[in-house]
Design a protein around this ligand. Structure first.
Ligand code: IPD
Ligand code: CA
Length: 256
């Protein structure tokens, strides 16, 4: 197996640098670049991605980038950084301290590492494929829970109308079966929380590759499972079911 520890070190440095930048700006007023019914974009989304790309490029100038705020560089066979500069932009704008920076690396079409940094809690989740999942350098693993009645489940209530209404129906259907439903507003942190045994599952009809690529590597390294079904509606997006690998989430999701 290839050693990607140098790339992970660079990803973590970039995520921490970007996280510090976001934390510094957290209590300041923020400029909205664009807004839609259930989403918004900030000038800081783009500025943070630029900062991350500059840091990654310093160590790996030949790698390509696919980010929520645009793509650049590299030939089609080059390793590809997949970046979300702010996952949880709506939280960030409203002053809710639940957001993170997410950086993954894909080599020959497979994700080989992920790093997710929450600057407000100073929590850095990371993993290379084949290695342990880490939280601030210490190994983490998924919960041992096996029963829906003990589970805490995140229901995504996405940006698109249909995924929003699917989330509402799931909320109603699952809430009677589980200990608690939670909606954090950041897919990447949610997956990392499953990796750390804090949550047990996450279901959403439409998320983007950059929202979950890094956290998926971390969750799978922590013993969890992820099913992703690409959508025809938009490139780099699809439905996700992620869980600790133990609770019967598929059975619980079946509607009468
Ligand atoms: C959003 C968050 C949210 C999820 C949305 C995503 P963004 O990402 O991950 O939890 O429900 O589908 O779009 O826009 O804050 O990067
Ligand atoms: Ca984002």
């Amino acid at each position: 197996m290839m050693d990607y520890s140098a790339q992970l070190k660079t990803a973590e440095a970039a995520a921490r640098e970007a996280g510090l930048f976001l934390k510094t700006n957290f209590y300041r007023s923020k400029e909205v670049a664009s807004s839609s019914a259930h989403d918004l974009k900030l000038r800081l989304d783009t500025e943070t991605q630029e900062l991350i790309v500059a840091r990654l490029r310093r160590d790996f100038p030949e790698y390509a980038v696919l980010g929520e705020e645009g793509s650049c560089g590299g030939d089609k066979n080059a390793p590809l950084w997949v970046i979300d500069p702010i996952d949880g932009t709506v939280n960030y704008f409203y002053g809710i301290p639940l957001y993170c920076v997410s950086i993954a690396l894909s080599v020959n079409g497979s994700f080989v590492l992920g790093c997710v940094y929450d600057p407000m809690q100073d929590e850095c989740f990371s993993a290379c494929v084949g290695g342990p999942a880490l939280l601030n350098g210490k190994a983490i693993c998924v919960s041992a829970r096996t029963q829906m009645r003990d589970a805490v489940v995140f229901i995504g209530h996405g940006t698109h109308d249909k995924s929003g209404s699917a989330g509402v129906a799931r909320f109603a259907h699952l809430s009677a079966q589980v200990k608690k439903i939670r909606i954090l507003g950041t897919a990447a942190l949610t997956l990392c929380y499953i990796a750390a045994g804090r949550f047990d599952a996450y279901v959403e009809n439409r998320i983007n590759l950059w929202d979950f690529a890094a956290a998926r590597v971390i969750l799978e390294a922590a013993g969890g499972s992820v099913e992703y079904t690409p959508s025809d509606a938009a490139p780099h997006s699809g439905a996700i079911i992620a869980w600790n690998g133990r609770i019967p989430i598929h059975q619980a999701l079946q509607m009468p």
